[in-house]
Design a protein around this ligand. Structure first.
Ligand SMILES: Cc1cc2nc3c(=O)[nH]c(=O)nc-3n(C[C@H](O)[C@H](O)[C@H](O)COP(=O)(O)OP(=O)(O)OC[C@H]3O[C@@H](n4cnc5c(N)ncnc54)[C@H](O)[C@@H]3O)c2cc1C
Length: 385
């Protein structure tokens, strides 16, 4: 289980912010003096300059402090990784009985927010932290990619699962519309290098949010020469979580005879069967499935999704992974271009790729284990989110 992280001291103890967020973080460098004693008294001209420098530095310090105090008391309007910014809850749209899409808006219009989101979105998968003010604890959440109606409005949207025993998710689901929610970030969870061509995203539950983010980051790099692709394996507990989602006729639905030989060796549950396509309308789809479909229409042929539903006894297994990886061109020199990302509850990540590890207050990737390791895949970089 993830340790509870008190708000104070979080920045120093839990994660080092990656350099990609650097526009938001000022590097403070302190120079050490070489000696506390000067070997000879400075000449009068030098002392005058020293005094002037001291006064200037002190004045600048007081100015900066005053600005900081003013900023802190008025509340920052731009999302930043150092201080919490008071957003407010604009809407909460149910996706299923266990999860909703939350839309949050910043305290006042501030175009700098768009620049902050854009920088993070270009880099890869990113998250922000929400504060639970009564308990003074924070939890990370992944913004969904922007959709056209929200563009320019600086709103952030999140798909949040309600854990009946979870402190922060329960708190968030109990808030009234208009309630304040303090947010800090962004933090880049995983950079998607520019040379990446293929992503296999293995998502459990709300892990679909970073999958959509990864899709947007990757696919917006499409040009005349590059046509990156993303294949998402999404496992949910109930059908209602992915209502209206259907499995395309990928290799997973081909006859066994046409299946890559290796995948035939590993038996695993097949993805949920496709409902008749012609009967599907957008109102039949859960909001998340609608977003997946929108991404598919925006980038035809570059996005594919397979759905797995616990209550229908369909699970992501070795075969689902191999069906995709064996159909992808790979070679050692292409290894930087193929990524497997795994996101979801801790148990899900452990099963797929082994647990992440904590060391010296930081969460680390830990060794590759789980079923992905057993597949001995060559030329794929694996990242646990
Ligand atoms: C980078 C990142 C991005 C994320 N993005 C999202 C997202 O977009 N959407 C989303 O819904 N979630 C996301 N999460 C998960 C999220 O941060 C929270 O972990 C989740 O909402 C649960 O938090 P909570 O405070 O409600 O539950 P917690 O209070 O942390 O409890 C979690 C579970 O542990 C159990 N538990 C608590 N204490 C104990 C104990 N002492 N012994 C045994 N069991 C215990 C609880 O019963 C509960 O079932 C993300 C996590 C990370 C790290």
């Amino acid at each position: 289980m993830k340790p509870k992280i008190p708000i104070q001291g979080f920045l120093l103890s839990r994660y080092a912010y990656p350099t990609t967020a650097s526009p938001l973080i000022c590097a403070h460098r302190r120079y050490a003096t070489t000696s506390s004693k000067l070997s000879a008294p400075s000449p009068p001209g030098q002392r005058w300059w020293l005094r002037l420098t001291l006064i200037t530095v002190t004045a600048a310090g007081i100015g900066a402090y005053a600005r900081w105090v003013q900023d802190s008391s008025s509340g920052s309007t731009t999302l930043n990784p150092v201080r919490f910014t008071p957003y407010s809850l604009v809407s909460r749209e149910p996706v299923s009985s266990t999860g909703s899409i939350f839309t949050l808006k910043p305290p006042k219009p501030d175009v700098s927010n768009l620049e902050v989101y854009e920088a993070a979105q270009q880099a890869g998968v990113w998250s922000v932290m929400f504060k639970q003010p009564q308990l003074q604890i924070g939890r990370d959440y992944t913004p969904l990619p922007p959709v056209p109606p929200d563009a320019g409005e600086e709103c952030l949207r999140f798909f949040i699962r309600k854990d009946p025993f979870g402190e922060v998710s329960r708190y968030l689901h109990s808030l009234n519309i208009g309630a304040p929610i303090e947010v800090r970030g962004p933090r880049i969870e995983c950079e998607i290098p520019p040379e990446t061509q293929t992503v296999l995203f293995i998502a459990g539950g709300t892990g679909i949010a970073p999958a959509l983010q990864a899709g947007h980051t990757l696919l917006r790099r499409t040009d005349q020469i590059h046509r990156p692709t993303i294949h998402i394996l999404w496992a949910t507990r109930q059908r209602e979580d992915c209502r209206g989602g259907y499995n395309e006729p990928t290799s997973a639905t081909l006859s066994d005879a046409r299946r890559p030989w290796l995948s035939r060796v590993f038996g695993s549950s097949r993805a949920a069967a496709a409902p008749p396509t012609e009967t599907r309308t957008s109102s039949d789809m859960s909001p998340i499935v609608r977003e997946i479909e929108a991404l598919k229409s925006q980038y035809p042929g570059q996005v594919s999704v397979e759905y797995f539903v616990d209550e229908e006894n369909t699970f992501i297994g070795k075969r689902s992974i191999l069906d995709f990886t064996t159909s992808t061109v790979s070679s050692p020199e292409l290894s930087k271009r193929n990524m497997i990302l795994v996101s979801g509850p801790e148990g899900f990540i452990s099963y797929m790729a082994g647990p992440k590890q904590w060391a010296e207050g930081m969460e680390l990737q830990g060794p590759l284990q789980g079923i992905i390791r057993e597949l001995h895949l060559q030329d794929w970089a694996v990242w646990k989110l």
